[in-house]
Design a protein around this ligand. Structure first.
Ligand code: BMP
Length: 244
């Protein structure tokens, strides 16, 4: 039997399924089925939409039903009306959808949040990103982006596993908001950096798991690493709002 902390850690890892070519779509949909019952859930976005169409998005959501969080990552950034149209046509079957905080509240995120609520989905806002370029515009504006998030009151926010100190700042400002952190593995973040050092609820892992010949073992490997680093953080969710 796996130790308790590993069982908890695996429920904190969301797998990003991003096909690089059309031939990857079916493999990743099959992977959705495999990893969903094991990890926290899946995230799909523009690569899946571009290469597999809206049917592939819907299929990913269907295959993962009952097996964890299904996050639609289109990183919406438009006027509220357009974001609502996109949400209405693409986010059915998903539990949460990601948009950029920089769009702002009035005429923007307030409309998207309402549209998602009507569809039974939750809003997640990007307040900082995992790539170095986040330091050019987003991070100097972090306080403003967090102020937008405080006003919108999304269910979750995205903050970078590659910079756990940013995650910690986000956690301090938004103590009860779910934090999802990408950037683990392929982008250099170590499993556990965001959860153990920053207080994130979930780490998002893409290629490190999805490129593995045995994705379920790779997912468990990530969880073991997290569990070894901070078992105490896993037994009590920081927000009481995290994995259920
Ligand atoms: P990978 O682990 O293969 O680098 O994938 C990371 C995933 O997280 C991708 O789906 C990407 O869109 C997403 N992501 C990110 O890498 N950085 C961010 O700041 C926000 C993201 O959503």
């Amino acid at each position: 039997m796996e130790p308790l902390a590993v069982g908890e850690a695996v429920k904190r890892v969301i797998v990003a399924l991003d096909p690089a070519r059309r031939g990857d779509v079916d493999r990743l949909l099959d992977m959705a089925k495999q990893v969903c019952g094991v990890g926290a859930g899946i995230k799909v976005g523009l690569p899946m939409l571009a290469l597999g169409g809206s049917e592939a998005l819907a299929e990913a959501a269907r295959l993962c039903k009952g097996g964890g969080l299904r996050v639609l990552d289109l990183k919406l950034a438009d006027i509220g009306y357009i974001m609502r149209l996109a949400a209405e046509s693409l986010s059915r079957g998903f539990d949460a959808a990601i948009a950029h905080a920089f769009v702002g509240y009035e005429g923007g995120l307030v409309e998207l949040k309402k549209a998602l609520e009507d569809l039974g989905a939750r809003l997640v806002l990007v307040v900082s990103m995992s790539h170095p370029g986040s330091g050019e515009v987003l991070d100097p504006c972090l306080d403003k982006l967090l102020a937008v998030a405080r006003r919108v009151e999304p269910w979750g926010v995205v903050a970078p596993a590659t910079r756990p100190e940013v995650v910690a700042r986000v956690r301090e400002t938004l103590p009860t908001t779910v934090i999802m952190s990408p950037g683990v593995g392929a982008q250099g973040g170590r499993p556990g950096d965001a959860i153990c050092l920053g207080g994130a609820d979930y780490e998002i892992v893409g290629r490190m798991v999805a490129s593995s010949p045995d994705p379920v073992s790779a997912l468990r490997g990530v969880a073991e690493y997290i569990a070894a680093r901070c078992p105490e953080k896993l037994l009590h969710s920081s927000t009481g709002n995290g994995p259920s």
